[in-house]
Write a protein that binds this ligand. Sequence first.
Ligand SMILES: [Zn+2]
Length: 338
Amino acid sequence: MTEALSDLVRSMPKAELHMHIEGSLEPELIFALAERNGVTLPYASVEDLRRAYAFTDLQSFLDIYYAGASVLQTERDFYDMTWAYLERAHADNVLHTEIFFDPQTHTERGIGFPIVIGGIHRALTDAQKEWGLSASLILCFLRHLSEAEAFATLEEAMPHRDKFIGVGLDSSERGNPPEKFERVFARCRELGLHLVAHAGEEGPPEYIYTALDKLHVERIDHGVRCLEDPVLTARLAREQVALTVCPLSNIKLRVFDRIHDHNILELLDAGIAATVNSDDPAYFGGYVNDNYVALFESLPLTRDHAYRLARNSFAAAFIDEEAKAAYLRQVDDYFATA
Ligand SMILES: [Zn+2]
C-alpha cells in the first residue's frame, strides 16, 4: 500500500457501526478502575492481562471480556470508558458512531441500568458538544441468556427510551440462533426501535436468513459467512443489507487465519454494502483506522474501495435522510480533493 492510500483511508470521513463499548476497555483502564473500586483482578499486571488476549475462538474471548467488564461499577466508570473510546474515534476521523452496550453484563452483577446508560450517555453528549461527533446507542441482548431475561432487560430499558435508538444481539453465537429472540425483536419493532443482530460470524449462513426473516433486522453484524451461500449473497446485494465487518476481530477469533485471507474484497465485488468496524478494539488489536489499514496493507484494495467503504458506512447509519445526505456530500468532497 502506498503512503498516500494509507493517509487517505486514515483521514477520510467515516462512520463506525459495530463497536461494543465494553470491548474498548484497555488493560490500563481495567487496572485503574479496579484500583479505584477495590476490585481484585485475577491478573498480576497490565502485561499479564494483555498476554491473556491470545484467543482461540469467540468463547475464549468472551470469558476475558466479561472478567474485564467486572471493574465497571459507578456512573463515572461508564463515562470514563466511553470517553476514552470517543477520543480515539475522533482521532480516527469518525464523524458518526453507533455504539453497542451490554446492560445484562452489568445488571446481572447488581449494577443498576440507570448507572450504565447514564454514564455512557453523558459521554456521548459531551463528545457532541466538544467535537460535533454524533453518537447513538444500541442495546444488545446477550444471546446465551434466555428470552425471558431479554424481555426483562427491555422492560428496565424503557424508562430510558430516549437514550438508545435500537437493539442488537451479541455474545455466543453457536447454539443460540436468532430465532430464539423472535418475540423480543417483534416487541422492539412495535416500539419503533432499529434492529440489528450478529449473525454469520461463527454461526452458519442459516443464521443470517433467520436474522433477516424472523427478526427483521436492518443490518447484519459480521455476516462474513454469507459467501458460503450464493443465493444469500445475491439477496444481500440486491436488498443492500449492510454488513458491519470487523477484520481484526475476525483474525483474532480465527474466523479467517490471516488478514490476507479476509473476504472483504469478495463481499464488495459481490455488490454487498460492507462496512469496516472495530468490534472490541481493546481486545482485537486496534480501532477503526487500524482495521482499515490492515485491510488495505494486505489486500489489493484501491482508492475506489476506500470511497465505497466510506460511503457505505454513512449510508447504513441509523440517521435521518438529511444528515445522511450531508455526510455523503462530505465524503464526496473529501475524495474530490484528496
Ligand atoms: Zn460484535
